[in-house]
Design a protein around this ligand. Structure first.
Ligand code: SAM
Length: 229
């Protein structure tokens, strides 16, 4: 089985296993994105992020890349159900790392919702490099993904959840990751700096906004329900 065969059930699986927690992580930083025109979404799956972005970023155009044709079909259906116009979106069936679609001046925003966690360190570095090449000089990158807290019970909880998740996904799909790799060092290597992050679920889920170019401001870090610094 692969993501292809999972596509029709993916939404239902998420609802049963995680309720609204992953969708909160995907969408919590949407209000911080400001004005974006061209958005590249990679590994979008069945379309949960674009259905929210359709309303939150009404002036943007979207390029959605996924290696699974079934996931792209689901994403297209989600977009239409959300009231999205087909002229504002294109769906690209492609596997990363590989050839990334281009737009003049580069994308303003790259989004990777629960996608970078699929890769082992070597392929992850290549994926980040090829997506960064498609991004504009002052682009943002929204990473919504699992994370592992540095210490304590939350760390052990996250390691246990992720060992199970990666084990199951490696059995039924062809992902290369055996464990979670922090994409931060590769994003930094491509000129992105962390501007803002929001964590939830004992630090297991994190939405982080990275920015390239412009003045480096103070980093804002929030735990859902309270400010950390
Ligand atoms: C773990 S799922 C995440 C789906 C969705 N973004 C979410 O938030 O639930 C990973 C998605 O990335 C796609 N994918 C996996 N490997 C890929 C690759 N090498 N290139 C492009 N897409 C890939 C899968 O088809 C799937 O839709």
């Amino acid at each position: 089985m692969s993501f292809e065969r999972l596509a029709p059930f993916y939404r239902a699986m998420e609802r049963v296993l995680a309720g609204g927690k992953l969708q909160h992580c995907r969408t919590v930083l949407l209000p911080r994105l400001g004005l974006v025109r061209e958005v590249l979404v990679v590994g979008e799956g069945p379309g949960r992020w674009i259905e929210a972005a359709c309303r939150a970023l009404p002036r943007a155009r979207f390029t959605v890349v996924d290696a699974s044709a079934g996931m792209l079909r689901e994403a297209r259906a989600s977009w239409l159900r959300a009231g999205g116009e087909l002229e504002k979106i294109r769906f690209v069936h492609a596997s990363m790392p590989g050839v990334v679609p281009v737009v003049a001046g580069g994308f303003d925003l790259v989004v990777t919702p629960f996608f970078l966690d699929c890769f082992a360190p070597g392929p992850l570095a290549e994926v980040v490099a090829c997506l960064a090449e498609a991004a504009g000089e002052e682009a943002c990158w929204l990473v919504c993904d699992f994370r592992v807290p540095a210490t304590g019970l939350a760390r052990w909880r996250a390691l246990a959840v992720l060992a199970l998740a990666h084990g199951v996904f490696r059995l039924i799909t062809d992902i290369s990751a055996r464990r979670l790799t922090d994409p931060g060092p590769w994003l930094a290597e491509q000129g992105f700096y962390l501007e803002e992050e929001e964590t939830s679920e004992w630090g297991l889920l994190g939405a982080s906004l990275w920015r390239r170019g412009g003045a480096v401001g103070a980093r804002v870090s929030r735990v859902w329900g309270g400010l950390r610094g």
